[in-house]
Design a protein around this ligand. Structure first.
Ligand code: SF4
Ligand code: SF4
Length: 393
């Protein structure tokens, strides 16, 4: 039966959360706004017949370090070399655009802030890991940890960097200019390494957009894990993953063929940079966050490029959710409590593909016989007939 006071409380908390995130992010953006935020699109390059490298640099206002990098200049005398030696005008335009894009990336980043954010990420994840390792995660505690993650990594430290951006921006930059931005590669490696070590721990507790969706989903649950407003649904993984693969393919194709980033206008991380959300973005993010009340992490399951990359790496994770069938009584409580379809697949080991597991501990905490662990224990298959006595999930 619908509990009216919980219903209104959930709506009010949802609205307050969104207003809080937008309002405080605007303030935070103002405090951090010391550097230009956007990469400037390069101007149309001027290339004339018989032009030397030096003249080309002057006319197009290219700084010497950029010229040196593009044309591999060894000495000042190299500036007198003829531009045509280095390729056709189109090839030169391509080389310059790529180098300028890379130089702009270095210029716009606030490196101190990024270093602090990574230190905070690692400390936060380690603290969560050890504080959750044995004790039950109460609903209240979970909500506060998720909220803390949203505030620290989203509101205070901003939308960039984030796990998704490392994959998305790497594909976009390479598609547009065949350039690789090494620091981004390092960040992506760190995030994927975390997945390799401890499943999707970074998504579960550190990703600013992921924890916001998670928090909203759990705000719409009571202490027993039942939904308060409407019905929370689990979309079959084959559907969500197919959409995610198609989305990534279209995104990659448009980046390579038309140098266009289709995620940019609808990027949910921009909730932490609200002034950069256009009308389409605001509508999309609004629907996404509203949808998070009923579907667990819709962005992660349906669209996120890192979500897909992380799901592949997850297959090799050292620490993950596993079941001890010696003590499991096949009650299915874990699969019912899991916010997605993954626990059912892990529990029964009857599907070839195991969906994304967000290392949220929900399944572990509802198990009446402590048969579920988040550890380096190997996943095994249940003994034949183990679930015959249990109902279907
Ligand atoms: S899958 Fe979700 S939690 Fe993970 S990076 Fe993407 S948005 Fe963040
Ligand atoms: S409930 Fe368990 S299986 Fe489901 S996402 Fe959370 S940790 Fe993974």
């Amino acid at each position: 039966m619908l509990n009216k006071s919980s219903f209104f409380k959930t709506i009010i908390l949802f609205v307050l959360l969104i207003v809080f995130v937008i309002g405080t992010s605007l303030v935070s953006n103002r405090i951090w706004s010391g550097k230009p935020k956007e990469i400037q699109e390069p101007n149309e390059l001027i290339i004339e017949d018989g032009m030397t490298i030096g003249r080309f640099g002057e006319v197009n206002k290219l700084p010497n370090p950029v010229l040196k990098e593009i044309f591999q200049l060894q000495s000042p005398a190299d500036r007198q070399k003829n531009l045509s030696q280095y390729g056709s005008p189109d090839q030169i335009r391509f080389m310059v655009t790529g180098e300028k894009a890379n130089a702009s990336e270095y210029e716009i980043k606030n490196w101190k802030k990024i270093a602090v954010k990574f230190i905070l990420w690692l400390s936060f994840l380690i603290a969560v890991f050890f504080s959750f390792i044995k004790r039950k995660v109460t609903r209240k505690k979970r909500l506060w940890v998720l909220f803390a993650s949203v505030v620290i990594f989203g509101v205070i430290m901003g939308s960039d960097p984030g796990p998704m951006g490392t994959v998305k921006d790497a594909i976009t930059l390479y598609g547009k200019s065949r350039e690789i931005f090494p620091p981004r590669l390092v960040a992506m490696t760190v995030f994927l390494l975390i997945v390799f070590i401890a499943n999707k721990y970074i998504c579960a507790w550190g990703c600013q957009a992921g924890t916001l969706q998670d928090l909203i989903f759990r705000l719409n649950q009571n202490d027993k894990g039942n939904s308060i407003i409407g019905r929370q649904i689990k979309i079959p993984f084959v559907v969500t993953n197919t959409i995610r693969i198609i989305f990534l393919s279209v995104f990659t194709l448009t980046a390579f063929l038309w140098s266009y980033d289709i995620v940019e206008p609808i990027d949910p991380f921009k909730i932490f940079k609200p002034s950069h959300l256009g009308i389409i973005g605001a509508v999309f993010v609004g629907v996404l966050l509203l949808g998070s009340l009923f579907i667990y992490r819709p962005w992660c399951h349906l669209f996120c490029p890192f979500g897909l990359a992380g799901w592949i790496v997850e297959k090799f994770s050292r620490v993950k959710i596993s079941v001890n069938y010696d003590t499991c009584i096949a009650c299915n409580k874990c699969a019912k409590a899991c916010p997605s379809t993954v626990m059912s697949a892990i529990l029964k080991q009857d599907k070839k593909t195991i969906p994304d597991c967000f290392a949220c501990y929900t399944c572990r905490d509802v198990c009446p016989t402590n048969s579920i662990s988040f550890s380096s224990r190997k996943r095994t298959t249940p003994p034949p007939g183990h679930f015959d006595k249990a109902g279907k999930v």
